[in-house]
Write a protein that binds this ligand. Structure first.
Ligand code: SF4
Length: 362
């Protein structure tokens, strides 16, 4: 964690066990502040505030609810997912990252009031009787700060008593040491965001090569975990078929199909306000050269026939293998029409998708 240059602790958060655990690991003297305005002032003069924010850690108390239904995107089909907003922002620097425009606080925030988080997990664990999916990878990478926070271990302990809650930890990293050290729970799924190697190299600054992510997945499978994969965002480039095909081939050669909980596909999409940020921070990004339309939610989306073609082709790579016939696929933030076109089946309701994905294979 030597990329962290400065750590701020909001006074209220100081005495929490998670704060103390993190401070004990860091070789930095924390600056105690009364609120995050002081952090904002600290970085105000920076040329690239987003880049600087990725080197600043703030330990704070969450005053909002930790757990919320995934907002998905207006008009499109959701999947009934619940998100846990325990850590905000991410030390990796992907050109297409929505957090660049979504979060108004560019630093890394770790919310330390895990007592409240445990209460909320208990509430949802009692409220939802059937299987449901829940995860931390919405507003940050689930494992990027794990060597420092050990959040994965705490979450696994909190979910131990709720086997119908499928906890997904989603990452682009290979930070699996803690995952490998703890007892594997059947309701914990470790997930990787994947892309064609060329896209990862060009657009996912700070993230390891895709092959390394898949080798990390292989390790956690050996430990007994189920894994999931998100081909998201699919980005068009000249050799996209070859590039995505190679990743699928490597995945299938290393990961047994029966250990795959689900695979999602999502094509590049982002709100208009992100475009100016990408132009400024990543002027050579492929995200600026796609054939876009404006979706019903106002976001830029890859032209529909093209994204349908990409979804179909990536799924075909999998379906060519007998072993992968039964694996569950879904589309992230897509319309019912595209779902029908790609999946060749009638639109599922949000609840239907939720049950379909959450139910164990056997
Ligand atoms: S890994 Fe995810 S959260 Fe982190 S920068 Fe990339 S897209 Fe954003």
């Amino acid at each position: 964690m030597n990329f962290i240059e400065k750590v701020f602790v909001v006074a209220e958060a100081y005495s929490y066990p998670l704060t103390q655990r993190i401070l004990n690991q860091l070789q930095l003297k924390p600056q105690i502040v009364s609120g995050t305005e002081e952090v904002r002032q600290e970085i105000a003069g920076e040329e690239d505030i987003i880049k600087k924010g990725k080197k600043i850690l703030v330990l704070d108390i969450s005053k909002a609810k930790f757990i919320k239904p995934c907002p998905c995107t207006p008009v499109y089909l959701g999947c009934g997912y619940l998100v846990i907003n325990a850590d905000l922002n991410c030390p990796l620097d992907c050109s297409y990252c929505i957090l660049q425009s979504y979060l108004d606080q560019p630093w890394l925030t770790v919310f330390v009031n895990q007592d409240q988080l445990a209460q909320e997990i208990s509430y949802w664990g009692h409220k939802r009787k059937g299987y449901f999916r829940i995860g931390t990878g919405e507003l940050g990478d689930s494992l990027a700060l794990d060597p420092l926070t050990q959040r994965s271990r705490d979450l696994c302990q909190m979910f131990f008593s709720y086997p119908q809650a499928i906890l997904e930890l989603k990452t682009k990293t290979t930070s699996i040491d803690l995952i490998l050290k703890q007892k594997c729970l059947p309701n914990v799924v470790i997930a990787w965001s994947l892309n064609a190697e060329e896209i990862a190299h060009r657009e996912e600054k700070g993230a390891p090569p895709v092959k390394d992510r898949l080798l990390a997945a292989k390790e956690v499978v050996k430990k007994g975990y189920r894994v999931a994969f998100h081909f998201d965002p699919l980005i068009w480039y000249r050799n996209w078929e070859e590039g995505y095909g190679q990743v699928v081939e490597f995945l299938m050669a290393n990961i047994p199909a029966e250990k795959v909980a689900w695979i999602s596909l999502g094509a590049l999409r982002f709100p208009p306000q992100l475009k100016a940020i990408i132009k400024k921070r990543f002027p050579n990004s492929l995200c600026l050269t796609q054939e876009f339309i404006r979706g019903l939610d106002g976001k830029y989306r890859i032209f529909r026939p093209l994204r349908v073609e990409m979804y179909r082709q990536v799924m075909n790579f999998f379906k060519a293998s007998k072993r992968y016939q039964k694996v569950k696929f879904y589309l992230c933030m897509e319309s019912a029409e595209v779902w029908n076109e790609v999946m060749g089946e009638k639109k599922r309701s949000e609840r239907g998708i939720c049950v379909f994905l959450s139910r164990p294979l056997n």
